[in-house]
Design a protein around this ligand. Structure first.
Ligand SMILES: [Fe+2]
Ligand SMILES: [Fe+2]
Length: 309
């Protein structure tokens, strides 16, 4: 049998595969049925690791991914209710990571529901959502950056008393602003050095690719694509990909929050992570030179310090 037809399942997620056939690999490197769809593996066997590495069939991968995401959303609700913010962040990152692993296969569809859960649950405790962004992680990835930018934008929307519908829409736009990076080669994305001119050209394409992915995705409103295409544009026309000066509200807001988040959290050898106040100073330079919107920047600063009741 063709080995690439089977995909290994993470041990921590095996319980979520009740509705799918699970296979194991024999010594002859063949795959045989281990558990038929509809049956569960005993908890004890899973906890004690008393089962071989299990696999799902390639044909099941998208429906398995969707069912996994539903379970993540349920866990998310439980942990928000329980006030466990570190766990909320880790479930969110796992969920967004799974969604972005195959963004062209319909796996983004679950995310509006995820944002809806976050916005409706945290609207009663608006300061907590911003704390999600300050929980640091070992590795800094596009997923973590996207979750942080989303948390900061939702915090901003609460501070500005935007409606829940607007907050949902801005939160989703923020979460997907860099979805195009999923298609950029890893050696460019994670290069621990300055990119060459040609590599940077490829990197810049994440804006256009992101818009394409969002427009292709069923269940994601087309307006969300504006964030992907405009978040690197600058008011003086020096940004990319279009060099446009007439940037939408969400495009300008994302530009500010994206810079802030990347500068406070990114930790690369050639550019150490900055303290929040130093970062605001750096962004200020971009404001004085007319690249970013000053009024919006001030509002963002206030949203970061204001205690919302
Ligand atoms: Fe970006
Ligand atoms: Fe970004």
């Amino acid at each position: 049998m063709n080995q690439s037809l089977y995909i290994a399942v993470k041990k921590s997620q095996i319980n979520f595969y009740k509705d799918f056939d699970l296979f194991f690999r024999t010594q002859k490197n063949e795959y045989e049925l281990y558990k038929p769809a509809g049956r569960t593996l005993s908890e004890i066997r899973i906890n004690e690791g008393r089962h071989p590495t299990l696999f799902i069939h390639h044909n099941d991968r998208i429906s398995a991914l969707k069912s996994l995401q539903k379970s993540f959303n349920l866990q998310l609700e439980k942990n928000i209710a329980g006030g466990n913010i570190a766990e909320v962040k880790s479930i969110l990152c796992a969920l967004v990571g799974e969604a972005m692993s195959e963004p062209r296969s319909g796996t983004l569809q679950i995310l509006p529901e995820t944002i809806d859960i976050l916005v409706s649950k945290y609207s009663k405790q608006p300061d907590v959502i911003k704390r999600l962004a300050s929980i640091s992680s070992k590795d800094y990835t596009t997923i973590i950056h996207s979750v942080n930018v989303m948390a900061l934008i939702i915090g901003f929307c609460f501070y500005r008393h935007y409606s829940l519908a607007e907050t949902n829409s801005f939160g989703l736009t923020a979460l997907l602003h860099d979805v195009g990076k999923t298609q950029i080669p890893d050696e460019i994305l994670t290069a621990r050095r300055k990119l060459t001119y040609y590599e940077f050209r490829i990197m810049k394409a994440h804006t256009i690719i992101g818009r394409e992915i969002i427009l292709e995705s069923e269940g994601i409103d087309d307006s969300v694509a504006v964030g992907a295409i405009e978040h690197h544009e600058k008011l003086d026309g020096s940004g990319y990909p279009g060099g446009i000066m007439d940037i939408s509200y969400i495009g300008k807001l994302l530009g500010i929050i994206d810079c802030y988040e990347a500068l406070t959290n990114e930790d690369r050898p050639y550019r150490r992570a900055k303290q929040p106040l130093d970062t605001l100073g750096l962004i200020k330079e971009d404001i004085q030179s007319g690249k970013l919107d000053e009024k919006m920047f001030k509002q963002f600063c206030y949203s970061m310090i204001e205690k919302n009741k």
